[in-house]
Design a protein around this ligand. Structure first.
Ligand SMILES: CC(C)(COP(=O)(O)OP(=O)(O)OC[C@H]1O[C@@H](n2cnc3c(N)ncnc32)[C@H](O)[C@@H]1OP(=O)(O)O)[C@@H](O)C(=O)NCCC(=O)NCCS
Length: 242
């Protein structure tokens, strides 16, 4: 190393140190402003649960529509695509999905992400994350018809180990609020296989009611199954959520 290159080396080291400091997540004091989510009650909610000391501000966390357990955020190729490919090809999960057990290629999923990342007026596709930013599923409002105020809802939690923890019910509540209050929709429709009791119960808890049944509509793994049609209208939702 020559004398002339020494200042350059010191400068490079200093630059690297500054870059490291800047890239690192710098913990900030927890205030109402730094907490994720729009709720003004959030601070006291977290305090009452004794969670406040464990909260760490994460500058990369996307703010979204927040419930008690989950947050619905825009889909993101980097954060959510890999999980989508894994989950949609898991037979434990695809057994319950209307689209069935067809293999979903990375290319097809990528194209779906691209199409739904451009602000479609017909579909609102959210990724479902826990409040600490862990991706657990997807939750959507599809085939939106603003003229009639209708849409079709669907959701999936990818890892069966995460089922039954209240995430799906919470996500469906947040989604209903978004559909009625933000999109000004009037009627949400959904369709469930007759044996998907967990999904039916989840929707029932939010207020959906059965309005029909189509016998033997789908061929699922060796037999025909009925499809149960459920709906949630805004008046009912408002009466349950005054
Ligand atoms: C359906 C799904 C989104 C529900 O989310 P979840 O987080 O598992 O559901 P929750 O924990 O919020 O609520 C499940 C409810 O169903 C109940 N439940 C679970 N298994 C049940 C069963 N076999 N029969 C009746 N009720 C059942 C639970 O007790 C709970 O009700 P409770 O709170 O009154 O006790 C999730 O399980 C999932 O993604 N499943 C696979 C994909 C799927 O089915 N998607 C929907 C396609 S229409």
């Amino acid at each position: 190393m020559t004398d002339a290159s020494l200042p350059l080396l010191l400068y490079a080291r200093r630059f690297r140190r500054i870059a490291e400091l800047t890239m690192r997540e710098i913990p900030r004091p927890v205030t109402r402003k730094t907490l994720p989510g729009p709720s003004k009650h959030r601070l006291s909610h977290w305090q009452s649960k004794g969670l406040i000391m464990r909260v760490r501000y994460n500058p990369r966390m996307v703010r979204g529509w927040e419930g008690e357990k989950v947050r619905l955020v825009p889909i993101d190729m980097d954060r959510h695509l890999d999980n989508a490919v894994t989950w949609m090809n898991d037979p434990n999960t695809s057994a319950h999905l209307l689209m069935g057990d067809f293999p979903i290629t990375r290319l097809a999923e990528r194209e779906y992400f691209e199409a739904h990342s451009k602000g479609s007026k017909e579909d609102v596709m959210f990724a479902m994350e826990t409040l600490d930013g862990r991706h657990i599923g997807f939750c959507g409002i599809h085939r939106i018809d603003f003229r009639h105020g209708t849409a079709i809802t669907g959701q999936v939690i990818g890892d069966p180990n995460e089922w039954g923890k209240g995430y799906g019910s919470d996500a469906a509540k947040v989604r209903a609020r978004y559909a009625f209050e933000v999109l000004n929709l009037r009627l949400l429709l959904s369709e469930v296989f007759e044996d998907n009791e967990r999904s039916l119960r989840t929707l029932e808890k939010v207020g959906y009611v059965e309005y029909g049944r189509c016998p033997k509509k789908y061929w699922v793994r060796g037999r025909y199954v009925d499809s149960i049609l459920v709906a949630l209208d805004r008046d009912r939702w408002l009466s349950l959520n005054p």
